[in-house]
Design a protein around this ligand. Structure first.
Ligand code: ATR
Length: 275
């Protein structure tokens, strides 16, 4: 049996097993199975050993281990190195290698959202736009890394300002704002915080001036619940809204491809699984 795993803490709500097992079945990989495992930081070393010993073929990493896993790996791909964030692991020629598919998952999602207005790259889609990112958690560096290649102005704000300032050391062009403040003009606002995972939580920043503007995008990386207050308020203002489902599926698609060399389809069946 080829075993795959997603590790995190908490992990109960992860939908990765549903998605990957669906694709494994669809592509007749009947000797493969994908499971979830709640781990503690002290277990990271053993997980990497399991990959080294071929007991695990592939591993996805989620909160809060995307950075913490790095010291145990033999090698990182370029994106994982730049973002200091690993969400996919596999063994290549006896080396346990960490990849980051979040960045590509995000970039592809933005490109898919504006298919008519670009030549296929996130850079042209977001050219000249003012982008405001809320939060500086595990996945935020992947978002900034994708945006940094584009010709957009990126603002970043996090409750714990130091975490935003640490990101600025690597991504020098971004501008850090105090929590609660916002840029005067925001064309795209991306929530990477966990505010909204619980239904009644809301982000206390006023975007009333965006009312009726159908070109402004409010993007929440949260996909469960499907519509956070952040997105509900944007929908009521008639802005474009997008939750994290497509990015989740796109990062999973890239990971599946790294492990199996198969590019799975995001079909109705897989989307239905997430409903
Ligand atoms: P981690 O920080 O361990 O990577 P995460 O879930 O990836 O965990 O990130 C949580 C993000 O949501 C952080 O940006 C966090 O802000 P802090 O860095 O200040 O902790 C943010 N966050 C969570 N709850 C919040 C709240 N009530 N108000 C403001 N920001 C919050």
């Amino acid at each position: 049996m080829k075993k795959y795993l997603v590790i995190g803490n908490p992990i109960k709500h992860s939908l990765s097993p549903l998605v990957h097992n669906y694709w494994m079945n669809k592509h007749n990989l009947f000797n493969s199975i994908y499971e979830k495992r709640k781990i503690e930081e002290k277990d990271l070393k053993d997980i990497v050993k399991e990959i080294r010993d071929n007991e695990l073929v592939g591993v996805n990493v989620t909160v809060p281990f995307k950075k913490l896993i790095i010291p145990f790996l033999d090698k990182l791909d370029f994106t994982a190195e730049r973002t200091e964030s690993v969400n996919t692991i596999l063994k290549i020629k006896n080396k346990v290698v960490g990849y980051n598919t979040d960045r590509a998952g995000f970039a592809l999602t933005i490109e898919e959202l504006f298919p008519e207005s670009n030549d296929g790259t996130i850079s042209t889609v977001l050219q000249g736009k003012s982008i405001f990112i809320l939060g500086a958690g595990g996945v935020t560096s992947s978002i900034i890394d994708a945006l940094e290649q584009g010709g957009s102005k990126v603002f970043l704000s996090n409750r714990t300002k130091k975490k935003a300032e640490d990101l600025k050391k690597r991504y020098t062009k971004i501008e850090v704002l105090d929590w609660g403040k916002r840029p005067l003009v925001c064309d795209v606002v991306i929530n990477t915080t966990s505010i909204g995972l619980t239904k009644d939580e809301r982000i206390d920043i006023d975007f009333d001036d965006c009312k009726g503007d159908k070109n402004k995008l409010f993007y929440d990386l949260i996909y469960n619940p499907k519509e956070t207050n952040f997105l509900k308020e944007a929908r009521l203002r008639e802005n474009i809204t997008m939750n994290g489902q497509q990015m989740f599926l796109n990062q999973a698609k890239h990971a599946f491809n790294l492990w199996t060399k198969i590019t799975p389809e995001i079909d109705d069946g897989v989307i239905k699984l997430l409903d």
